[in-house]
Design a binder for this molecule. Structure first.
Ligand code: NAD
Length: 362
């Protein structure tokens, strides 16, 4: 067991990052420094619960900026890093992969270099206590057959520009442990849902389309399957892994809750029919099948037995219960998502592989 007193969290203003930070402030005694460049996906309002806390600090820094990262390491003197900063939306990666290569690959590389520079000058005790926890995705393992489960030894087969850049970052993290001895740990987690998720992702997108009476888009046949986990379970898993895992290890984190996209959409509609009946009829009437995502992976599923066996962690929230509380959160926090939507993204279709949106490689 390794208790950390100063934790640097990259991407802490994002969906999962903000849940991790809120949890760390609430349930650990650690001083938390958030590094986030506040892209369209970063939102300081998701940190409103903790931003006045004496153990909280925010630094608006891009993880590709080595000089600024060096300054933040020196200032915050962390004994752990939780690295969540990334471009995270598959559809956007199809439209413009360059920004994904920049942040997910180059940004992770820059962070590793600065983390190692800082770690190397620590006294012996500090070096052995230090951890670099890299947060990655089950999407690096590619599309699985009906009865397959991704495990820590499953070969990498990323299929989207997003998952390819995350796979690249995982390999860099592995190499920094193997080559330089940096005490790294990697997690590969399944699909997350919960409060504060940017409304381009499936569940909040469905809720908002339904509330606004707009068509609810379902890609292709809607039969693609994902393994779902509540973000508060993920935050708990990451905190537990940071405390308990041995450097050099990786852990697959699964929700044991597989659902097709279409059944998720129908469940959200069913909850809304109950909580906020629409006089025009059940929300399912808005479901509209649209052109599939190019290269859409059919199924992701995670075997989480290693984290359960070695670390004693398993998810606690069922999808049914977590989905209902998530819908309630979006109904009760309209200001949060209305302000988010007043920015660049207004619910339009992304990810149709048009060259017009590609800004890189030229
Ligand atoms: P998110 O898009 O909600 O948040 C990403 C955060 O990173 C934002 O606050 C953004 O401002 C910040 N950021 C982006 N580029 C940056 C840069 N160059 N420098 C500094 N900050 C930058 O993402 P999320 O859903 O919270 O995912 C967090 C991490 O977890 C990502 O690494 C993602 O790959 C991984 N992950 C997500 C899921 C999921 O279902 N959401 C599942 C498994 C793994």
């Amino acid at each position: 067991m390794n208790t950390h007193s100063a934790i640097l969290v990259t991407g802490g203003a994002g969906f999962i990052g903000s849940a991790v930070v809120r949890r760390l402030i609430r349930e650990s005694g650690a001083f938390v420094t958030v590094v986030d460049s506040l892209t369209y996906a970063g939102n300081l309002e998701s940190l409103a619960e903790v931003d006045q806390h004496p153990r909280f600090r925010f630094e608006q820094v891009d993880i590709c900026d080595a000089g600024e990262l060096g300054r933040v390491f020196a200032l915050s003197q962390p004994d752990a890093v939780i690295h969540l900063a990334a471009e995270s939306h598959v559809d956007r990666s199809i439209d413009d992969a360059g920004v994904f290569v920049r942040t997910n690959v180059m940004g992770t590389y820059t962070l590793l270099v600065e983390a190692r520079r800082y770690w190397q000058q620590l006294p012996h005790d500090g070096r052995s206590r230090f951890r670099f926890l890299h947060v990655s995705t089950d999407e690096v393992f590619g599309s699985l057959g009906e009865s397959e489960y991704a495990r820590e030894d499953t070969p990498y087969e990323p299929n989207s520009p997003y998952s390819a850049t995350k796979a690249g970052s995982d390999h860099l993290v592995r190499a920094w442990h193997h080559t330089y001895g940096l005490p790294t740990i990697t997690t590969n987690c399944c699909n997350n849902y919960g409060p504060h998720q940017f409304p381009e992702k499936l569940i909040p997108l469905v809720i908002l389309c339904a509330l606004e009476g707009r068509p609810i888009p379902v890609y292709g046949t809607g039969k693609n399957v994902r393994d779902w986990m509540h973000v508060d379970d993920t935050a708990e898993a990451l905190q537990t892994v940071l405390r308990e895992a041995e450097p050099g290890h990786s852990y697959c984190i699964g929700g044991y809750d597989e659902h097709s996209n279409l059944s998720v959409v129908r469940e959200v509609c069913g909850i809304l029919n109950h909580l906020l009946p629409d006089p025009s009829g059940p929300y399912e009437r808005l479901i509209t099948f649209v052109q599939d995502r190019p290269g859409h992976d059919m199924r992701y599923a995670v075997d989480g037995s290693r984290i359960e066996r070695e670390i004693g962690w398993a998810p606690r929230r069922s999808f049914a219960e977590g989905l209902r509380s998530t819908v309630v959160w979006y109904l009760e926090n309209r200001e949060w998502w209305q302000r988010v939507l007043s920015g660049a993204y207004r619910g339009e279709r992304l990810g149709l592989a048009s060259f017009e949106t590609e800004t890189d490689a030229r």
